[in-house]
Design a protein around this ligand. Structure first.
Ligand code: PFF
Length: 456
């Protein structure tokens, strides 16, 4: 295959393609699986309120910082820092990002695999009216604790992801996002109508939307900021990579804002589906990570046409996860294609294989293998989330802000955000946020998780 020169590099066909693909990256398990249980643990409305504040004040500036680095360099994270700070140690930050992407993919794909299993179980009528809380818990534990499906579905998800990534940016990732994102939105709206028309749905709405500020604790703030980083795919260069394919002639401020709003909107939409359904069934919202996989099936079991809605719900979860695994894989593939000059197809195949190998211990750590299930007192999968999802993303995000603030310069960042038209309102404030407020705020979160051992 002929080598691509920078000018021939693949790109989004336009703003819409970028918005759908980047929103696809942002919208994932983080929105539909993680956000509701975090909100349930963080007091409902109190968490949601703080989360929205974190997205707007911290998430959005970091998002534009990443997008502008990509746009300025047209490179993957490692190549981007090599270009902007040659001969320095900054490319190591890119390497941290690429490896974090690889490592997150290796546990994210395991949970994504569960969504496929649950889709199948819902489709084949597993969640019938006799599924109560105990039965649902057993279904979950035995499903994730059985080696065959856990490993097999992880592999399946990685294969599907690689099949999209190998087709490139406009013909693969963008095309998939253009089909999958509208389907996701449609399915969630259908589920919303179902949830809001359940008896007693109002209590769920109130729980989610009425913040009780007395519930705001340092833990809630840390969970909310961590959730904002994870949910917006920040801190590891996914948005550097997606920004690198953004056409120079198009304007970025609106497109970037649309991505942030879409991410927030879908998290809220997922909450508006899940909490009214939970409250209507009289169930506890603080169910933790099992909320969607254990508690929700019991809600579907009681609902007229519950099997149909359960199937739709788990399909939406799998779709959301797929557009995110695509972006995680693309970060690594972009590095191999840009800097190592590998053909894209080979890169996607090799990353999928490598990731699968790394994912097997996580897949086996949910009960299939006792050693991996209690490694250092946690499951291997949880440890991966702590190392890469918590430390990797927060350290990455802090350093990206410091790079833009103190090495590259916030003026350059803002110039590349504004390239193509539409000035960014509040330029000075934006620069100040990226240079001082964001690294400080994320630094406090990092210090908090180190000191308390409470992770997001
Ligand atoms: N944003 C994704 C989600 O909310 O599920 C997860 C994710 C994707 C994190 C891509 C980081 C990333 F680079």
């Amino acid at each position: 295959m002929a080598m691509q020169s920078p000018t021939e590099r693949d790109a989004w066909s336009g703003k819409l393609g970028f918005v759908l693909a980047a929103a696809g990256s942002a919208i994932g398990l983080g929105n539909i699986w993680r956000f509701p249980y975090m909100a349930g643990e963080g007091g409902g409305g109190a968490f949601v309120f703080i989360y929205l504040v974190c997205v707007l004040t911290i998430g959005v500036p970091v998002l534009f910082a990443e997008l502008s680095i990509g746009r300025a360099t047209e490179r993957n994270p490692i190549g981007a820092f090599k270009k902007l700070a040659p001969g320095s140690w900054w490319p190591a930050l890119g390497a941290l990002g690429v490896f974090t992407g690889f490592a997150i993919l290796a546990f994210y794909a395991v949970i994504a695999g569960w969504t496929v299993g649950y889709f199948w179980m819902a489709l084949t009528g597993t969640f019938g009216p006799d599924v109560d809380a105990a039965a649902s818990g057993e279904i979950f534990t035995s499903f994730i604790g059985t080696a065959g499906p856990a490993v097999g579905l992880t592999g399946f998800f990685l294969i599907v992801t690689a099949l999209v990534v190998r087709r490139g940016i406009s013909g693969g990732i963008e095309r998939a996002a253009k089909i999958l994102m509208p389907v996701l939105l449609g399915v969630l709206f259908l589920l919303l109508i179902r949830a809001l028309t359940l008896p007693g749905a109002g209590a769920g709405l109130e729980y989610l939307l009425r913040p009780d500020l007395s519930e705001v604790t340092p833990t809630v703030v840390v969970l909310a900021l961590g959730q904002a980083l994870f949910s917006m795919s920040l801190g590891m260069g996914a948005m550097i990579t997606y920004g690198s394919y953004f056409p120079k002639k198009d304007s970025l401020p609106f497109a970037g804002t649309a991505v942030a709003l879409a991410d927030m909107g879908i998290a809220l939409l997922a909450g508006l589906v899940i909490f009214p359904a939970l409250f209507s069934a009289g169930l506890d919202p603080s169910g933790g990570p099992g909320l969607v996989f254990v508690v929700l099936p019991t809600v579907f079991a009681q609902m007229p046409f519950g099997g149909f809605f359960a199937t739709l719900f788990f399909a939406s979860l799998a779709i959301a996860a797929l557009t995110s695994t695509i972006s995680l894989m693309e970060v690594v593939v972009a590095y191999l294609v840009d800097d190592r000059e590998w053909p894209r197809k080979k890169a996607a195949t090799m990353v999928a294989i490598g990731c699968f190998v790394l994912a097997v211990p996580s897949a086996l750590s949910q009960g299939a293998n006792p050693y991996l299930s209690t490694f250092l007192g946690e499951t291997w999968l949880d440890i991966q989330n702590i190392i890469w999802g918590n430390y990797g993303l927060s350290i990455g995000a802090i350093l990206i802000c410091l790079f833009v603030g103190f090495r590259w310069g916030t003026d350059k960042m803002l110039d590349f955000v504004e390239l193509g038209g539409n000035p960014l309102p509040g330029r000075g404030l934006f620069g100040f946020m990226v240079k001082f407020v964001c690294p400080l705020a994320i630094g406090v979160v990092l210090a908090f998780i180190i000191v308390t051992g409470q992770y997001f």
